[in-house]
Each structure stands twice: as C-alpha cells, then as structure tokens.
Design a protein around this ligand. Structure first.
Ligand code: HEC
Ligand code: HEC
Length: 274
C-alpha cells in the first residue's frame, strides 16, 4: 500500500471519529438543543466527507510537486503540512483571512511566478510555477473540488502536525544550500518584521535590503561588503543609515545569532543586488 493511502486512511479515520463523536454529542444534546444539535451533527459529517474527497484530489493532482505527505519537494514546491505555513507564512504574505481561504485562493488561480524562485520553481523555469486549478480560470477542477482540496490541506494543521498520528515531515529545504538556509534565518530572526526584501517581506521600519549587496562595499571606507553587513547586524548603531533613526534595530543580534547562522545570513544578504 502506498504511504499516502495510509495517511489518508489515518486522516480519514481520525476525521470520521471526530465526526462520530460530534454526532454522539449532538444526539445527547438534542433534547436540550433541538434543531441546532441535529444541524451540527449533520455539518460534522458533511465536513468529514468533504475532507475525504479533498484527500483524493490531493493525491491525484498535488503529490507530484508537494510530495506524498505534503512534505514538499526541495527545489519544486513548498511543504504544505509544516508549521511555517500555518504561522510565519501567513504573516509573511500578509494574509488576513483564514488558512483555508488562503489555500483556496492559491489553488484557484495557481501561481504565475514563484514568490521564492530560489527555493521553489515547480516543474521548471516556465510559467506558471503552479498551474491554475479552478475551472473559472481555465483549470481542471470544479469549485467544490477546489474547496475540498483546500479543506484537506488546511486540515493538516489539526492532525498533520501531531507526531503521534503521522511521521515527522521532512523539512523542505535543500540542506546544502546556504542561501536558502540564510533566508530561513532571516525569517526566523524576525528581520522580515522591519525590512523589505522583494517577494519575501514588505516592512518599512528599516531600509529596503534589495540592493544591499551592491551598496554595502562602498558605504564605509575600508570595509568590504561582508564586513559592513556583519557589522550592521551586530552593532547597528555604528553606522546609522541616513533617514533612519538609531536605536530601532535591536542591538542584541550578536547574542541571538550563532556564527554559523551569521554565515548563512550573509550568503543570503549578499545575493540581494538590484
Ligand atoms: C507543477 C507543480 C505544482 C503542482 C502540481 C501543485 N503545486 Fe502548489 N505550488 C507549487 C509551487 C512552485 C508553489 C510555491 C510558489 C511560491 O513560492 O510562490 C506552490 C504553492 C502552493 C501553495 C502556497 C504555499 C505557500 O507556502 O504559500 C499552496 C496552498 C499550494 N501550492 C497547494 C497546491 C495544491 C492543493 C495542489 C493540487 C491541487 C498543488 N498545489 C499543485 C507548485 C505546484
Ligand atoms: C525592529 C526593527 C528591525 C529589525 C527587527 C531588524 N532591523 Fe535591520 N535595521 C533597522 C533600521 C531602523 C535600520 C537603519 C538604521 C541603522 O542603520 O541602524 C536597519 C539597518 C540594517 C542594515 C543596514 C542596511 C543598509 O542599507 O546599510 C542591515 C544590513 C540590517 N539592518 C539587517 C538586518 C537583519 C539581518 C536583521 C535580522 C537579523 C535585522 N536587520 C533586523 C531595523 C530593524
């Protein structure tokens, strides 16, 4: 049996148990709740079959790029079951709605260009990197199919992150790619909260960092790009960028970032040319 089947069965069984519990609870509460109780049991069952239907759609259409488990495939497409998608990614994108709505919208239109081309390029360099899925946009799936696969992916949050139910996902990062790992350090250390990097973040408290690689070597006499950037992170008050205030960038990154992480961060920042 293929592993995805097992997983879908796990998920489905779990969902069906939840639905059953919901149904039992609803029946128990029925005298008290009347019509409302019956309705929620019905909704629980509807939801369970929607997710099950979505699992099948996932298996047919999405595994080739996002992996059998939704664990992502390095270079191709991101992990859909990793914690990052449920937290940091929503913030990074600036999405205001629910995760399920986000998934539904991405699936509906697909992605013409990758927001992380150095990490994920789909099947190749052509466009789109992720095909359009909704019939409304010329894709192969009906609206209810799109909604179901979105329900399935969003449901990873509930059971896919539970290590007792499923194997630990493989992190979808090429482990020997310092630039990709440095980008992750940049996200994890919260640099995205203050700096714009095209395609990654849009914050404006600090300077836009695209172009940093071009200007860093000529900002301070006698300092090369690498030295200047490192110093800007460790001692932000040494050379304050004009039109920005001193004291805004935290002064304690030298304690928070290990030497190894600093090297990764530098290889990422040194790719940021205009
Ligand atoms: C041809 C390869 C390919 C296929 C097939 C594919 N995707 Fe994607 N998908 C991608 C790529 C590449 C990205 C990342 C683009 C980017 O980083 O901007 C992506 C992004 C996503 C995202 C957004 C994730 C994030 O981190 O923002 C979701 C959700 C998603 N895909 C769901 C699906 C679903 C559901 C299916 C099946 C119906 C599917 N994809 C099929 C290539 C694919
Ligand atoms: C709370 C906001 C804030 C955070 C978080 C922050 N920065 Fe900054 N950063 C600034 C501000 C404001 C400046 C400009 C003032 C200065 O030079 O100190 C700046 C300046 C810089 C510069 C110099 C840019 C140039 O054009 O010369 C670099 C490089 C930099 N930050 C990198 C980082 C990195 C890497 C991180 C994460 C480890 C980070 N920053 C986190 C606010 C922030």
């Amino acid at each position: 049996m293929k592993k995805i089947h097992l997983e879908i069965i796990f998920g489905t069984v779990f969902i069906l148990i939840s639905a059953l519990l919901l149904a039992i609870m609803a029946v128990k509460e029925q005298d008290r709740l009347g019509e409302e109780g019956r309705l929620s049991a019905y909704e629980g069952q509807q939801r369970a079959s929607q997710i099950e239907f979505g699992a099948g759609i996932y298996e047919t259409n999405c595994t080739s790029c996002h992996g059998e488990y939704g664990q992502g495939i390095p270079g191709k497409a991101p992990c859909l079951r990793c914690e990052e998608l449920f937290s940091a990614r929503m913030e990074e994108i600036g999405w205001q709605g629910s995760l399920e709505e986000y998934v539904e919208s991405v699936v509906t239109t697909g992605r013409q260009v990758s927001t992380r081309p150095e990490l994920y390029q789909g099947e190749g360099l052509g466009s789109p990197v992720m095909p359009t899925w909704s019939e409304a946009f010329g894709g192969p799936l009906r609206e209810d199919q799109v909604k179901s696969v979105a329900a399935f992916v969003a449901n990873f949050e509930e059971w896919g992150l539970n290590p007792e139910l499923v194997p630990t996902p493989v992190i979808a990062l090429p482990p020997d790619d310092p630039t990709a790992l440095g980008r992750l350090v940049f996200v994890q250390q919260g640099c995205i909260g203050c700096h714009t990097v095209e395609g990654l973040s849009t914050a404006t408290t600090g300077p836009v960092l695209n172009g940093l690689a071009d200007r860093a070597g000529s900002t301070v006499d006698g300092m090369d790009a690498e030295e200047y950037i490192k110093n800007s992170i460790k001692n932000p008050s040494d050379y304050v960028v004009s039109e920005f205030n001193d004291g805004l960038m935290p002064a304690n990154f030298s304690e928070l970032i290990t030497d190894e992480e600093m090297d990764l961060l530098l290889s990422f920042l040194l790719t940021l040319s205009e």
